[in-house]
Design a protein around this ligand. Sequence first.
Ligand SMILES: [Fe+2]
Length: 202
Amino acid sequence: MSRASVSSAVPDAERVAATTRSAIGVPLPAVVGGCPRFLLASVRRAVRAGGDWQQVADRVAGVLRSQLPGPGIVTPEQLRGDPAGYQTHLLHAEPDGSFSVTVMVWLPGQRTSIHDHLAWCVTAVLQGTEYEEIFAPEPAATDRGPALRVIARNENEVGAVAGFAPPGDIHRVTNSGAGTAVSMHIYGTDITRVGSSVRREY
Ligand SMILES: [Fe+2]
């Protein structure tokens, strides 16, 4: 079973199973699943069509809205989740480094830290309900960094797809439902090289 590794070098949010290490010793995740070829081909076309990050994210979101897979895209073992924390399974890393496809499995109540991302991101709920809080930095900072205020709250059901791009992508995601939640996340970076989609935790 793929399990999230624990390391202070990799942020809690959206960590994936690590099996190798970078030149500076940071654990790097490995591909642990497969993604349907037709979906990859569509995402690849959407990414290669170019534009700014938000335009690419919107185009990839359109692909997922029309070709959304079911939770069976990961194995029954992966779907069982892990009481230790939500799990992220890397299904594909594009060889040219332009995008990565992951699936997250969340038991009830499991959630990310408050974080933002290195690049554009598209999320889609495949099973269950995910509660998302979106934050904005306040002008006044604290000793530990910017103060944050919640600017939006979304209850995302199956089929909900969102595409976003930094800046303005500070958020926290929680499985707010009674059952296991499953979601697909496509990031505009190669997670096997950078280790995580997360730019910063707050
Ligand atoms: Fe995120």
